[in-house]
Design a protein around this ligand. Structure first.
Ligand SMILES: NC(=O)c1ccc[n+]([C@@H]2O[C@H](COP(=O)([O-])OP(=O)(O)OC[C@H]3O[C@@H](n4cnc5c(N)ncnc54)[C@H](O)[C@@H]3O)[C@@H](O)[C@H]2O)c1
Length: 358
């Protein structure tokens, strides 16, 4: 349990997972905020929070409420500015992915959160998937020997109806393409598992099916890590006619792991030189069957953030992690736009730089 006072900004499709995680972790839900009042009413009613205070302006909410922790689940273009308003009021924040749509905004979040001594959690909840946690312990234990390469695959399907649910989807100003929206979780995992430090990226992106959006619906990239290993990324929202898989494979001199399923929930291969663990028992112990691709990760992510605030430590997934994921995506965008490899780190790149690309 926790006595932290909590509010949620943005009561759309993903918000119910945040509110459920907040309630299950014992947070005191003080207020909801959305520019569209019916969205707040539905969310509050479904959560049994009919008395919760409701605001249509987050700045007014920050003035009137005495909050400890806020979750930002608005459209992606508002994450950074809204987070900075919270941070400058001394309020800790959980920011839905992607952290921001520009590196300048991500850097501002990192700088201001340090200045105001505020914790920022970037919502990459798949890091808490049970098979991913098990894989992470093998990576941290050095079980792979020398890391050789990793492959991240997101073969998903998004229909015209999905993109037309809201005007922000698929636009450069407010969302980005499928790599920034759907694929950002596995891109985060790929970078994190392979040591975070990238020297170079070469990529192709394209718009193969969804010609009514602005961003890419297909991307392939080759990544060179500073530790001498490589990454291969393939991400799309074009698969006919349903989500096929989200898979992460890691290959080392002494180990091979593949985690797949619809959204990284299932061990498909697990083999180490010194390991006696059988795939079948691992699948039983760590396999998950979530009812949708969002998984179960919001709950432990909230528990970790609450503990980070209580113990005054870094959250498990912080703003630097969120920045790492978007830096890799923006480097992919830059490489594909320029038709040549891009060296990292990159500076001052934003989704808006790619307006008119397709
Ligand atoms: N972690 C995940 O797995 C995951 C899954 C889905 C979505 N997301 C992310 O969550 C965010 C929201 O996605 P969604 O699918 O819920 O979108 P959505 O369009 O369904 O919901 C966004 C909500 O924000 C509200 N809003 C817009 N402007 C606002 C403002 N100024 N103040 C307050 N509220 C405002 C809208 O009225 C809407 O209710 C996106 O950034 C998306 O990338 C993350």
């Amino acid at each position: 349990m926790s006595d932290l006072k909590y509010a949620l900004i943005g009561c759309g499709r993903i918000s119910q997972y945040h509110l459920a995680a907040a309630l299950e972790n014992g947070l005191k839900v003080e207020a909801l905020c959305d520019i569209y009042p019916p969205a707040m009413d539905v969310l509050a009613e479904e959560a049994g929070l009919s008395q919760v205070r409701k605001y249509t302006d987050h700045r007014e909410m920050l003035e009137k409420e005495d909050l400890d922790l806020v979750a930002i689940t608005t459209k992606s273009s508002l994450h950074a500015a809204t987070a900075l308003d919270c941070i400058r009021k001394g309020v800790h924040v959980i920011i839905e992915k992607p952290l921001a749509l520009s590196l300048a905004d991500a850097d501002e979040i990192i700088k201001e959160s340090a200045a105001y001594n505020v914790k920022v959690c970037s919502c990459h909840q798949n890091r808490f998937n049970k098979p991913i946690q098990k894989l992470r312990s093998a990576v941290e234990g050095g079980d792979f020997g020398k890391l050789l390469y990793a492959s991240a695959t997101i073969r998903w399907s998004r229909s015209e109806a999905y993109y037309k649910q809201a005007a922000w989807r698929g636009t450069w100003a407010e969302d980005g393409g499928t790599l920034m929206n759907q694929c950002v979780h596995n891109i985060d995992l790929l970078r994190w598992m392979m040591g975070n430090e990238i020297t170079e990226v070469f990529a192709y992106t394209d718009q193969l099916v969804h010609d009514y959006i602005e961003g890419e619906d297909f991307g392939i990239a080759l990544i060179k890590f500073a530790n001498g290993s490589y990454g291969v990324l393939e991400g799309t929202s074009d698969i006919y006619e349903d989500d096929l898989e989200e898979t992460l494979s890691i290959f080392g001199t002494q180990g091979t792991v593949q985690i797949g399923g619809k959204s990284l929930n299932l061990f498909e291969h697990w083999q180490f030189k010194d390991s006696v663990e059988e795939l079948a028992s691992l699948q039983e112990k760590y396999g998950e069957s979530p009812r949708n691709i969002y998984g179960f990760g919001h709950l432990p992510l909230y528990a970790d953030m609450i503990a980070a605030i209580r113990d005054n430590r870094k959250p498990y997934i912080d703003a630097v992690d969120g920045r790492n994921a978007i830096e890799l995506i923006l480097a992919i965008y830059k490489s594909s736009a320029e038709g040549k490899p891009v060296k990292l780190p990159i500076k001052d790149v934003a989704t808006l730089d790619f307006v008119g690309r397709f």
